[in-house]
Ligand binder design. Structure first.
Ligand SMILES: *Cc1c(COP(=O)(O)O)cnc(C)c1O
Length: 364
């Protein structure tokens, strides 16, 4: 950082932690191959640096949501196979996918029609996604034999495998997962080709779902997809530390109120710090008073509403806190799962919600 300003909000990404988490996936899922989900800018962690770290560790494929995300990886000279999880949306995208050697998922008949208009020699690589009960994307399982025949009739096409997605993998007692596994197995009993079923929750909670390829996302970033469990309890290392700094420390008298709506009233004389981070950085406005934040390694409480650029903190327990001190919003010392629960959401949404105002630093 050579610019003459102080970054207000810093996300430090530990690429070593991401490599460690990939090794955890491999340990659990071997001999399955690993398709790492790095869509949505690697869940807010930065797609290119994360992809480089994963590629250096020999990840088998990278999965993204759309062609722009795939092209950004190719432009950064990433060479690993790339899978477009939602497939192509137009003929032009199909041509791009072929040119760039990007594997496409086919989830609907209209996509297959579109791909069949490609020149006969086009070396398309494709997956088929079957809908086994999620009822979002996927072709009907009974169509599998016809889909397989469609691939065989195009010698230039390379078939990568069959995919499905679990709706309730994070609920170990939900019978839905067993029903989906059974529907997938039944549809493909007579058909060749690799199978891929499990996201992070699936591969952690359902050993039967590991199949030939696993598709972890969240756990690569060190967060737990299982309710009531922390990433660290699963052997994972949180990869992101989100920090800001104190820009004011005020002494307030009992009865004074703090922030918009004067929603918090000091029950006693209090030291109140202001940290330079708000919802414009991606800190959820839903975080209520009482949510934890770390100052000088100690837990303090957020007080009053999260504003666009600031939050207020009760510093009564940290009398030595002063302007310039680092404030951790989440990270290895303050689990993102806990913050997400306070904001009534999930770690996925907190990670993806970081905005362009956040300054990223990569550590190894
Ligand atoms: C995002 C995604 C994943 C990864 O999910 P996590 O819960 O983050 O592990 C896997 N499969 C598909 C189809 C996805 O869209």
């Amino acid at each position: 950082m050579s610019a003459p300003y102080v970054p207000r909000v810093i996300a430090t990404i530990d690429l070593g932690a991401i490599r460690h988490n990939l090794a955890c996936v491999r340990e659990r899922a071997a001999p399955a191959r690993v398709m790492a989900a790095i869509k949505a800018d690697a869940y807010g962690h930065g797609a290119v640096p994360v992809a480089r770290a994963l590629e250096a560790t020999g990840v088998d494929a990278l999965a993204v949501a759309c062609i722009e995300e795939a092209l950004a990886l190719r432009e950064a000279y990433l060479r690993a196979p790339i899978v477009l999880l939602e497939g192509v949306l137009s003929f032009a995208e199909a041509q791009l996918a072929v040119e760039q050697g990007v594997e496409v998922v086919v989830h609907s008949a209209w996509q297959l029609d579109l791909l069949q208009r490609l020149p006969a020699a086009a070396p398309l690589r494709l997956w088929f996604k079957l809908d086994t009960g999620m009822h979002r994307l996927g072709l009907p399982p009974h169509a599998a034999p016809a889909l397989h025949a469609a691939v065989r009739s195009r010698p230039s096409w390379r078939f990568c495998g069959w995919m499905t997605h679990l709706a309730c993998a994070d609920e170990p007692d939900n019978p839905m997962t067993a029903r989906q596994l059974e529907a997938f197995e039944r549809a493909l009993r007579e058909l060749p080709g690799p199978r891929s079923i499990a996201n992070s929750a699936g591969l952690l909670a359902w050993p039967q779902a590991r199949a030939d390829w696993v598709r972890p996302g969240l756990m690569l970033y060190g967060a737990s997809p299982l309710p009531g469990k922390l990433g660290a309890e699963l052997g994972l290392k949180p990869a992101m530390r989100l920090e800001s700094l104190l820009i004011a420390v005020n002494e307030l008298a009992a009865g004074e109120t703090i922030g918009y709506g004067a929603s918090y009233r000091c029950p006693r004389a209090m030291r109140v710090g202001v940290a330079a981070v708000g919802y414009a950085d991606g800190l959820h406005r839903a975080l209520p008073s009482g949510s934890p934040v770390l100052v000088r390694g100690r837990r303090v409480s957020l007080v009053g509403r999260v504003s666009m650029d600031m939050i207020s903190l009760d510093l009564s327990e940290v009398p030595d806190a002063r302007v310039g001190d680092t404030v951790q919003l989440w990270g290895p010392e303050l689990p993102v799962e806990e913050i997400a629960a306070r904001a009534n959401t999930i770690p996925y949404e907190l990670f993806c919600g970081l905005t362009r105002r956040v300054h990223f630093v990569y550590a190894d």
